[in-house]
Every structure is written in C-alpha cells, then in structure tokens.
Design a protein around this ligand. Sequence first.
Ligand SMILES: Cc1cc2nc3c(=O)[nH]c(=O)nc-3n(C[C@H](O)[C@H](O)[C@H](O)COP(=O)(O)OP(=O)(O)OC[C@H]3O[C@@H](n4cnc5c(N)ncnc54)[C@H](O)[C@@H]3O)c2cc1C
Ligand SMILES: NC(=O)c1ccc[n+]([C@@H]2O[C@H](COP(=O)([O-])OP(=O)(O)OC[C@H]3O[C@@H](n4cnc5c(N)ncnc54)[C@H](OP(=O)(O)O)[C@@H]3O)[C@@H](O)[C@H]2O)c1
Length: 277
Amino acid sequence: MSDTLESDPPIVEGKPSPFAVPAGCFALSVREVQHYTDRLFRFRVSRPREFRFRSGEFVMIGLPNAEKPVFRAYSIASPAWDEELEFFSIKVPDGPLTEHLQKIREGDTILMRKKPTGTLVNDALEPGKRLWMFSTGTGIAPFASLIRDPETYDKFGTLILTHGCRLVDELKYGQDLVAALREDPLIGELVEGRLIHYPTVTREPFEHQGRITDLITSGKLFEDLGLSRMGPEDDRAMICGSMAMLKDTKELCLSHGLEEGANNKPAQFVVERAFVD
Ligand SMILES: Cc1cc2nc3c(=O)[nH]c(=O)nc-3n(C[C@H](O)[C@H](O)[C@H](O)COP(=O)(O)OP(=O)(O)OC[C@H]3O[C@@H](n4cnc5c(N)ncnc54)[C@H](O)[C@@H]3O)c2cc1C
Ligand SMILES: NC(=O)c1ccc[n+]([C@@H]2O[C@H](COP(=O)([O-])OP(=O)(O)OC[C@H]3O[C@@H](n4cnc5c(N)ncnc54)[C@H](OP(=O)(O)O)[C@@H]3O)[C@@H](O)[C@H]2O)c1
C-alpha cells in the first residue's frame, strides 16, 4: 500500500487544501467526530493497513493546512486490533494545532507521522495481579486503548482505571467507553469482573471526589474499592497526566515500594505526560 493518499488533494474543513501531504506522513480520512464539552472531543480516522502500533503508544498528528504543518503528540485511544484509529483531544483556545483540529469534520484529512512510540505499553511492565491506570484529563487516552486490548487481560488479573477531572461532564468519554466495553460481544465477557472504573471529580459534587493522589494517600481509594493498598508483589501501575500529577503519583508509587520501568527494562510502574505544561 502507498502512503494512503485517500483524498488527493487533502481536505481541510470540507474543502481541498492547496498544500501537499508532507513526506513521511500518512494522510488519513476523518470518519467520525464527537464533541463532549467546549474543551474535549473525540475523533476516529481511517487506519493504513501497514501501520502497526502497540496499544498505549502515541503518534505525531497534524493538519494539511500549511506548507509546514504543526505536529503534536497524541495517544492512540483505540486498541492495536482496531480497523480505525481513535483520538481523544483537548481544545486549547488559540492552541496552534487544536484551534484548527477542533473544527474537523467527517471526510476531512489529518496527517500522521509514521512512527508510534511510548512507555505506557504492556511490554514495559512485569506481569502482575492488578494493573492500576492513573489518569487525569485527556491522560485517559492511552488507557482507552489498553483496556480494549485482550493482551492487557492476559498479563494482569484486574485492571483499575482511575480518571480524575475537574468537572463531571469531562468524565463522559471514559464513562461511555467503559459502558460500551461491558456490552461488547467480543471483549465484554473478558472484561466482566476484571475491569474496575473509578472516576473522580475535584471541582463539583460527584460520587467520588478529590485528587487521585489524595485518595491514595488517605487510603479512601482502596476502601471504596474494597482492595488492599498497592505493593510491589501484586501491583503494577501506569500514570498519565500533567507534570504535577505525574510527579505526585510517581512519588506515591515509589513510597508503596514499586520500581519504575521502561521498554528496555520492564519493572512495576511507568509514566507518560498527557501534555507539555
Ligand atoms: C506524549 C504526549 C501525548 C499526548 N497525547 C494527547 C492526547 O491524546 N490528547 C490530547 O488532547 N493531547 C495530547 N497531548 C498534548 C498535545 O500534544 C498538544 O499539546 C495538544 O493537542 C494541544 O496542542 P496545541 O498546539 O493546540 O497547543 P499547545 O501549544 O501544544 O499547548 C498549549 C497549552 O495547552 C495546555 N494543554 C495542551 N494539551 C493539553 C491537554 N491534553 N490537556 C490539558 N491541557 C493541555 C498546556 O498548558 C499547554 O502548554 C499529548 C502530549 C504528549 C507529550
Ligand atoms: N478543566 C477546565 O474546566 C479548564 C477550563 C479552562 C482552562 N483550563 C486549563 O487547562 C489546563 C489543563 O486543565 P485540565 O482540567 O484538563 O487538567 P488539570 O489541571 O491537570 O486537571 C485535571 C484533574 O487533575 C487534577 N490534578 C491536578 N494536579 C494534580 C496533581 N498534582 N495530582 C493529582 N491530581 C491533580 C485536577 O484537580 P484540581 O481541580 O484539584 O486541580 C483535576 O481534577 C490547565 O492549564 C487549566 O488552567 C481548564
């Protein structure tokens, strides 16, 4: 297959773009767009048959709207087996990429560099009884991929996905995803009793409230779930959020005796930024 020049020329906001697709990029066709809030949306694009990645990895994406387009890192939110690629995105006011990306519609073209990478992959962890996935904001994206991959359930007994947001509306992507997964004819049975979802909100009332770090420190997270505290024997963790969230959650993993791993040295927890502050 070629570089999947599905539309020639590429389409931006429903119109042909005067700019060519840069070398080393796939040109992918937008299949679906769903907006959640004025800050968050999800979109799905076509997937080139030759594009391979591991669930949890990220890629660089851009738009064919300039001679030298702006590229930004994006976690692939769909699992490695999916025929399409899904992304979950922020809308930053005046953000060089997202002020345009938030306007994409079905049939538009997005650019994707060919090489996926990242540390939030099953290979970077030793097997364990429980896998804790700690996320805030769009940091849920790599976990949206991993919780849909049967390989994750082969490696870990129970998956606990925590998602911290400021507002209740910001949880919807994760809530819809987990509900759909439980109903899924292929993976629903595998997930049954093995995927725990713990959404929490910090700036308005909700069933679970407070920063995930505070809930770990106080022990409330473990009490709410009826689970023992984390320890190096049974537990593995992946962390994705802002720099401050990564730093604080990483310290908590270390204080619970977990050791940081990497692709070339699997251990007990791994971290990745959800954005650059
Ligand atoms: C490894 C990695 C993976 C990433 N995966 C995703 C992803 O799956 N989805 C996604 O929306 N973004 C993701 N990002 C962030 C993304 O690369 C861009 O920063 C984002 O799309 C905004 O681009 P921009 O050009 O509009 O603004 P930028 O100039 O990139 O950002 C401007 C400011 O907006 C804020 N900001 C940027 N991204 C976010 C965010 N995601 N959440 C909250 N605040 C943010 C920061 O304060 C930043 O300084 C990822 C970043 C990294 C490093
Ligand atoms: N969400 C919004 O409505 C909103 C609106 C306008 C602009 N912004 C801007 O967008 C950027 C990102 O906002 P965001 O809401 O996506 O991400 P965020 O600020 O990282 O917050 C997401 C969640 O993570 C929590 N959190 C923050 N620091 C943490 C830490 N060290 N440890 C554990 N949890 C932590 C937050 O709790 P706290 O609430 O306690 O911080 C919140 O529940 C910020 O620069 C913000 O100013 C956000």
